[in-house]
Design a binder for this molecule. Structure first.
Ligand code: HEM
Length: 549
């Protein structure tokens, strides 16, 4: 009996085990196939550009930790070691870094037809507010949008904006004059730059500069939230609305950042791009996640911009000189066919692309000049001699009467390039610098590395505006594309004339009344952080000294 039972038990066991063993095989096989499949998927982009030299990478992350630790400055030593064309990895994505002016010309101009798009894939895919702007648009959509807005940046239109910009400068000056102590100069200039964009892009008075000055009793960070929080302390124009709008803007900027500090779906997307969209689709429904906050902010921001546009159309305030009026007029006259979503995106792009860049450059000029007395002396002389102090410079004055100011601004933009890389993507297979780059290769023109090349700029760590004097040998011998802070070719910054006009006007107005010294409370040396562009980590604190003229 025992024996029979044992046989019977064994049979039962085999009945269960045989299907189990049959199942186990495929399971083990798929367990082995999955990592192999993932590795093939992960390394496929690398394999296509493997011949290009580059530093060793960290598994999954590539060079992200290096970028997170040193920012884009890390590209300078890497270019020294690996040459003017090398490979850099953001997670799975290899990027070909180029830091030679002739190769930049090849990519940005000569081969533009096949390297015409920007490579930055917005982590906010499906956010038309970002995708429909010029910056991220591609192919024919890009060219039609660029053609639409380019007229707005013509000198005749820009000349109309001078009185608007100058009026905001008066608010900046009165803020400085009401300050009793050293000032958070970078924070004041942020408010000014946003006010200018509010007025010139949307025809909206944000009124940030009317809020009052922040003294530097503490070591406050120069954060957007603080700038925007000041709004609730009182300004005349719909303060809650403006405050809400700008807070949403700060969140929206966060959604564009691509690094280890980004949202979870963005980080996943860096390692396995195909998982990014499904991951974001899930996370944006879960309150408390970064994806939820960003999606919500972009949705609300789009709603607010739509409201502004509808209001402008109803009020018929299209005689104004701002960007929105110009675009709406072009549409009304039938010259342009452009929908409200694109108009919102194009107007919003001013805030996105135009406030931090201009602000950083302006603050950097003042910071550097205040530490170089011989430059300051020459600059003040030019500003005092060019025009009577109460005369607002015209566009022609700005173009012709301030040559040394031009050199100071150029040298500042070289010394600290606010946007140190310019991104491109190949639309088809192409040869660059002796390497075959397949379709879809990401290329970054490292304009911040170019700007520190001692062959083009002897003693690159010295601040010497005279190197841009058109009559000096250094300027004459330099490669024409060695200093390209606004990018290169047909995709160069669409608003560079506007930005230069703003910066020069601001410097003239500031130096007519003040000179500046570094505050003893300011962090020294300055530290920077890199999000979409370069920013000051802890702000710039200065002492404003009224000029006795
Ligand atoms: C100092 C200030 C500024 C700097 C240094 C700067 C720099 C740049 C750079 C390097 C690019 C990429 C160019 C390329 O890919 O070749 C760019 C593109 C762009 N910038 Fe600026 N920018 C500044 C101010 C502004 C302002 C004030 C606006 C708008 C009001 C603006 C709007 C844009 C737009 C729309 C693009 C995309 C152009 C395209 O793809 O066709 N920028 N900028």
């Amino acid at each position: 009996m025992d024996f029979l039972e044992a046989i019977w038990g064994l049979e039962r066991l085999m009945e269960i085990r045989v299907p189990l063993i049959r199942l186990l095989g495929p399971c083990l096989l798929s367990l082995a196939i999955f990592p192999i499949g993932f590795l093939v998927y992960f390394y496929a982009p690398y394999w296509r550009v493997r011949k290009i030299p580059g530093p060793p990478t960290k598994f999954l992350l590539g060079h992200l930790p290096l970028m997170a630790k040193h920012g884009p400055d890390v590209l300078i030593p890497l270019a020294h070691k690996y040459g003017s064309m090398f490979r850099f990895h953001l997670g799975r994505q290899p990027i070909v870094i180029i830091s030679d002016p002739e190769l930049c010309r090849e990519v940005g101009i000569k081969k533009f037809k096949i390297i015409n798009n920007r490579s930055i894939r917005s982590p906010t895919t499906e956010s038309p507010l970002h995708e429909e702007g010029i910056f991220l648009s591609r192919d024919s959509s890009w060219s039609s949008k660029r053609n639409t807005v380019v007229s707005v940046y013509q000198p005749s239109h820009l000349a109309n904006l001078i009185p608007i910009i100058y009026s905001h400068l008066e608010s900046l000056i009165s803020n400085i004059s009401s300050s009793k102590e050293d000032i958070q100069f970078s924070q004041l200039c942020t408010k000014w730059a946003i006010d200018v964009i509010g007025d010139t892009a949307f025809g909206v008075q944000f009124g940030l500069s009317n809020v009052g000055v922040t003294n530097t009793n503490d070591n406050n960070d120069d954060k957007d939230e603080e700038t925007f929080a000041c709004l609730s302390k009182g300004n005349s124009y719909d303060k809650d609305e403006v405050s809400e709008f700008l807070k949403l803007h700060a969140l929206s900027i966060d959604s564009l950042k691509m690094g280890l500090g980004s949202s979870f779906s963005t980080i996943i997307g860096i390692i396995a791009p195909f998982l990014q969209v499904p991951c974001r689709e899930i996370l944006r429904r879960i309150p408390g996640t970064a994806d939820y906050r960003m999606h919500d902010a972009n949705r609300k921001l789009s709603g607010k911009l739509d409201e502004i546009i509808k209001k402008r159309v109803i009020e018929k305030t299209l005689k104004s000189k701002d960007f929105l009026a110009a675009i709406l007029n072009a549409r009304e006259s039938g010259k342009e066919q452009i929908d409200n979503t694109s108009i919102s995106a194009l107007a919003y792009e001013h805030l996105l692309a135009g406030s931090k860049t201009t602000n950083f450059t302006l603050v950097m000029v003042v910071y550097l000049v205040s530490n170089h007395p011989e430059v300051e002396k020459k600059l003040l002389q030019e500003i005092d001699d060019a025009l009577p102090r109460d005369v607002i410079p015209t566009a022609d004055d700005l173009k012709f009467k301030f040559p040394y100011l031009d050199q100071v601004v150029k040298e500042t933009m070289r010394y600290r390039t606010v946007s140190p890389v310019v991104a491109r993507e190949t639309s088809t297979q192409v040869e660059v610098g002796g390497y075959i780059l397949p379709k879809g290769t990401w290329i970054w023109l490292a304009i911040g590395v170019l700007a520190k090349d001692p062959k083009q700029f002897p003693e690159p760590e010295e601040f010497k505006p005279e190197r841009f004097d058109p009559n000096c040998d250094e300027e004459k011998q330099r490669h024409p594309y060695a200093n390209i802070p606004f990018g290169i070719g047909p995709r160069t910054c669409v608003a560079q004339k506007f930005a230069i006009l703003e910066i020069k006007l601001a410097l003239i107005r500031l130096y007519r009344s003040y000179i500046f010294k570094h505050s003893p409370k300011m962090q020294s040396p300055l530290e920077y952080k890199y999000g979409l562009v370069l920013e000051f980590k802890n702000g710039v604190k200065l002492r404003a000294i009224k000029r006795d003229v």
